[in-house]
Every structure is written in structure tokens, then in C-alpha cells.
Design a protein around this ligand. Structure first.
Ligand SMILES: Cc1cc2nc3c(=O)[nH]c(=O)nc-3n(C[C@H](O)[C@H](O)[C@H](O)COP(=O)(O)O)c2cc1C
Length: 412
């Protein structure tokens, strides 16, 4: 089949796929390039009903797993190479993240080459990304040893359907000349215009009671919550399979160079002189990552209901590419409200000081040190000094229980 005609096939006839054909395709696909020609992958062939039934739950019972004559699980594999080294007086050093990525690259290159060859032969193939969502039950079912990790599953059979072809984004969505060209709002519009106007996608949005197609992805298909839970799972399984070491992760200082576009935040009220102020403390991995503060005021400042203690700080680019920060919260009735342009609502001087404090937080200076630093600042007037004291009080909320400063606060 010509690549221009290709599509994923999820329904198969009962006609068998012979061992001879399968082995020929696997052998041909092994001509694919691999790191150091080490072929850091392995393929587990599943044909028996019993094994398909065992794999099905790991793939969220997608029907192709039990319906396809053949299921292939392609694994990143440093086991074989490691055993070879050990048997040949060589010391392998492949129980690390880099080696996992190298082996996963080899495995996925093999997978795609196999798909092209199988589709050329007239077979129908479906790639199952669920493989990395719940790797542990797959590892158990297939008895994968340490340094072997499943990265892709293919269901294969002779097609019993001819679904419509899916669309593709235009070239300008994927190609950058010489350097990465930023996506202006106009370019995003141009890239997604056709996709968003397709009847099938409009129907999809309506069916899911969403406003945009992007929301179908963020709120339903691939949500933050699911991604975070499955990421934890993935890391835990990489540790179990000995590609990662647990202490690497525990000692990690997660400095995030690029601020995430959305940060959960705490809303903390504080007094500055006689005025009521509010702080938005952006949180990352349970630590304060940035702080914005402003006067609570219906007219010029920030007015939010008393019951709101949490929300999101959202980085937003307008049509001119100008960056701003919005605050979004959900009220008691479940409706979202967005306060746009936090930066414009605040006195620039406080904004600048808050930016400096955020810079320190972002690099994970321990909170007690941040508080000492802030309280030691001698700024130009009483109001700003009172503001820094207020910010220090806000940050005390994030001290670990064991901190002496925490106790001091408790006794106050
Ligand atoms: C990484 C990855 C994960 C995928 N996971 C699934 C899956 O779990 N179930 C499924 O039915 N299709 C899955 N697919 C197939 C895609 O849905 C499909 O390729 C995409 O919608 C484009 O359609 P087409 O292949 O027919 O052009 C996956 C494809 C990739 C590359």
C-alpha cells in the first residue's frame, strides 16, 4: 500500500497471518538503523488467546488486542547486550536513563519500519500507545527481565474495514527553516483551521460538550491528572526494570527553566499597613515557584470571593505575541472566572520585587533562607518594607514542619 493511502486498521478478518510472513517482515524490518548496530530491542509475539486475554486489561480492553490474529510487543532491550558484555569480560554501563532512551529509540525505529513493510504487504496494523500507560502488567504477563521495557504494541491482521483517512496538519505546522520559528497566534490559527473545521471534529466537540477541539484533548482524552498518574507509574516501573535508580529521583532538584504555561496556585490574603492584600503563590511539585501580590480592591485591583483559596496562574500570549499572566478560579457553583492581566493590575515596583523573589523560589532556595533574605532587605520606604514582611508571612505557610521558623510562627 502506498503511504498516501495508509490508515490505522482496528478490525481484522479471521484469516491467519503465517509465521513465515511474520518472520520475513520482522527480519526485513531489522535492517532499520540502530545505535552502534546493537539492535537494542526485542519483539514478543503473542498469538494465543490466553496471552491476549492477559494483555487486554493493560491496554484498557481495546478490542483489537483479543481480536487481532497477532499482537507484537516491542521492547527497549539492554538485557541481551548487557549479558553479552558480562560473558565477554566487558563491563556494561547501561542501567541508566540515557541507555533507556537509546534502546527505546531503536525499538521505535524498528516498530515503524515493521509497520511500513506490513502495510505494504496489505496487512492492517494498529499502534497501541497504552503500552507505556501501564507497563507493569505487560512486564508481568510477558515475563520481561530487568533492562527490558515494553515501548510499543502492534495489533496485526488482514483488514476487515476501510476507515476514512484522518487529516494531517499542513507543512508549516511541522517544518522550521534554520531555527525554530515561534508559533504566533495567526500561525496557530492557520495550522489548525482545517482540522477544526472538519465536520467530524465539530461533532466530536459537540458530543463532548466542549467549546474547542483542544479542550477535548486537555479535558477528556489526555488530561493532566491522567498524565501525572501515569508518569509516576512509568518512573516507578523504569526503576523496577533497573533503567533508573530511585535515589537519582529523590535527590533531584527540579529546576524548571521554562515556566509551565499553567501553574496551580494558592491564594493567600495578608495585611500591608492598613490595606488588604492578596498573594498568588504558584506551586510546582508541592513547592512555591513564584509569587504575585496585589491590593484587594474592586475598582483597580483584584476582587475575588472570600471562599477562593486556590486557582491557576496561566501564561497567555495575545495576538501580538505579548505575554501576560491571568488568574483563573472555579467558584462554588463550578464556574470558571478568569482575571486577565495580573501584571497590569499591580504597582510596577511591587511587581519587580515579586519577580526577584520568584527568581529565587524557582531555583529552590530553601524557604527559610528566602524568608531571611526578604526580611533582611532594607527598601526605600515603610510601605514596601511592610509589604516584604507580608510576603515573608505568606511564605512561612510553606516552611517544613521541622523548621525552627515554623515553630516561631506557631507560637506567635
Ligand atoms: C504513540 C501512538 C499511540 C497510539 N495509541 C493508540 C491506541 O492506544 N489505540 C488506538 O486505537 N490507536 C492508537 N494509535 C493510532 C492513532 O490513533 C492514529 O495513528 C492516529 O489517529 C492517526 O490515524 P491514522 O493512523 O489512521 O492515520 C496510536 C498511535 C501512536 C503513534
Amino acid at each position: 500500500m502506498n503511504i498516501k493511502q495508509r490508515r490505522t486498521i482496528r478490525k481484522y478478518t479471521q484469516q491467519p497471518v503465517s509465521d513465515e510472513l511474520l518472520n520475513r517482515l520482522i527480519e526485513e524490518a531489522s535492517r532499520t538503523q540502530t545505535m552502534g548496530n546493537l539492535q537494542l530491542y526485542s519483539v514478543v509475539v503473542t498469538r494465543s488467546e490466553e496471552m491476549k486475554e492477559k494483555l487486554a486489561p493493560a491496554h484498557f480492553f481495546q478490542p483489537m488486542v483479543t481480536q487481532a490474529p497477532v499482537v507484537l510487543t516491542i521492547c527497549a532491550d539492554f538485557r541481551r547486550t548487557t549479558d553479552w558484555c558480562l560473558q565477554r569480560q566487558a563491563s556494561p554501563g547501561y542501567d541508566n536513563a540515557l541507555s533507556f532512551v537509546n534502546a527505546a529509540t531503536d525499538a521505535l525505529l524498528f516498530t515503524q519500519t515493521f509497520c511500513c513493510l506490513a502495510e505494504e504487504e496489505g496487512l492492517g496494523v494498529c499502534f497501541l500507545g497504552t503500552t507505556i500507560y501501564q507497563p507493569q502488567p505487560i512486564i508481568e504477563a510477558l515475563e520481561l527481565p530487568e533492562l527490558v521495557f515494553p515501548v510499543a504494541t502492534l495489533t496485526i491482521g488482514w483488514p476487515a474495514e476501510k476507515p476514512r483517512q484522518t487529516d494531517r496538519l499542513p507543512l508549516q505546522a511541522i517544518v522550521h527553516q534554520e531555527t525554530y520559528n515561534p508559533f504566533t497566534p495567526e500561525r496557530i490559527d492557520a495550522c489548525y483551521k482545517k482540522r477544526e473545521s472538519l465536520a467530524v471534529n465539530k461533532h466530536f466537540v459537540e458530543l463532548n460538550e466542549k467549546e474547542t477541539l483542544a479542550q477535548v484533548f486537555t479535558d477528556i482524552r489526555y488530561t493532566r491528572k491522567d498524565n501525572e498518574v501515569m508518569s509516576e507509574n512509568l518512573l516507578a516501573t523504569l526503576i523496577r526494570q533497573k533503567f533508573l535508580k530511585a535515589d537519582n529521583l529523590l535527590d533531584e532538584v527540579p529546576v524548571v527553566e521554562r515556566r509551565p504555561d499553567i501553574l496551580e496556585c494558592d491564594v493567600v490574603r495578608f495585611q500591608n499597613k492598613k490595606e488588604k492584600w492578596v498573594a498568588f503563590v504558584g506551586m510546582l511539585d508541592g513547592f512555591p515557584y513564584e509569587i504575585f501580590t496585589g491590593l484587594q480592591d474592586d475598582e483597580e485591583g483584584i476582587a475575588i470571593p472570600k471562599s477562593v483559596n486556590k486557582g491557576f496562574i496561566i501564561k497567555h500570549y495575545d495576538r501580538e505575541g505579548q505575554k501576560r499572566y491571568d488568574f483563573q478560579f472555579v467558584n462554588k457553583r463550578g464556574y470558571k472566572t478568569t482575571i486577565e492581566g495580573l501584571s497590569e493590575r499591580f504597582n510596577p515596583k511591587y511587581w519587580d520585587y515579586a519577580k526577584l523573589i520568584s527568581g529565587v523560589l524557582r531555583y529552590r532556595m530553601p524557604i527559610d533562607h528566602v524568608i531571611s533574605l526578604i526580611t533582611s532587605l532594607q527598601l526605600e520606604n515603610d510601605t514596601i518594607n511592610s509589604w516584604t514582611a507580608g510576603v515573608a508571612r505568606v511564605l512561612k505557610k510553606y516552611l517544613p514542619d521541622s523548621s525552627p521558623m515554623y515553630d516561631e510562627e506557631e507560637q506567635e
